[in-house]
Ligand binder design. Structure first.
Ligand code: FPP
Length: 236
């Protein structure tokens, strides 16, 4: 049984293992991604039911452009399908969508759909679903440093006033609390340039199952595991 008083407010997920899942079944990699979208939809429902407030998915990294042209196209298309299929569901369940990442070189049509879904859902007050798309944590930190440098040059900020809190407000995740928990499926034990600043004190969890096999029960198990951890934030 889950302790309702100790639900992580923010869970971030690296949906890894789609390719391996497909290969093991003799399918094309795209089938793994397609099944992966279904799992994302299932986990959104479950997170909402449990009372999670922020749910972040690493859907496409800045490094993923190195994959084959076909796989990149499939991932772009799947995001588009996800948006089309889920916009009315997000509205019905009072959920907000937010995108973090760089615009370039995401195709214009897709960026428009992302921005539009974000704007249509912005006044909803329930679960916030955050899609990290064309996202890289080092790039995010560099972008924040550039914005701060510009503010200082324009005399809108002073270097001596920059602290962790103000730095936070220059990140793509401005206004979003740090993840309490990171889940990475498929048994890989790496952060892979995901939310490097924000994961400083997160509980890390690495289940062995590949993402297309990560069902509601696996998410509940992850939350149970979280509830066993004693979080100290550096204190004794
Ligand atoms: C990692 O598995 C997965 C990805 C790089 C993409 C994840 C994207 C989706 C599931 C589709 C978009 C999602 C949403 C929510 C719109 P991998 O391909 O690296 O697997 P492998 O390591 O086994 O090859």
């Amino acid at each position: 049984m889950l302790d309702k008083e100790n639900i992580p407010a923010h869970v971030a997920i690296i949906m890894d293992g789609n390719g391996r899942w497909a290969r093991e079944r003799g399918f094309a990699r795209s089938e793994g991604h397609r099944e992966g979208v279904k799992r994302a939809e299932e986990i959104i429902e479950e997170a909402d039911a449990i009372g999670v407030k922020f749910l972040t998915f690493f859907a496409f990294s800045t490094e993923n452009w190195k994959r084959s042209r076909i796989e990149v196209a499939v991932l772009m298309r799947l995001l588009d399908i996800f948006l089309k299929r889920n916009l009315s569901r997000l509205m019905k369940h009072n959920m907000r969508l937010r995108v973090i990442g760089r615009k370039e070189p995401i195709p214009d049509f897709l960026w428009k759909h992302l921005v539009s879904a974000q704007s249509k859902t912005k006044n909803n007050t329930g679960l916030t679903v955050i899609l990290a798309f064309n996202y890289g944590a080092r790039q995010e930190i560099v972008d924040a440093a550039k914005k701060i440098a510009k503010e200082i040059m324009a005399k809108k900020a002073r270097a001596e006033d920059i602290n962790e809190e103000s730095f936070n407000s220059f990140l793509y995740t401005s206004g979003i609390p740090d993840p309490d928990m990171l889940i990475r499926t498929s048994g890989e034990v790496r952060i892979s340039n995901f939310l490097l600043w924000q994961l400083s004190y997160s509980e890390l969890y690495f289940p062995k199952v590949c993402w297309p096999d990560f069902k509601r029960e696996n998410f509940q198990e992850a939350i149970l595991e979280y509830q066993k951890r004693a979080r100290r934030f550096g204190a004794a």
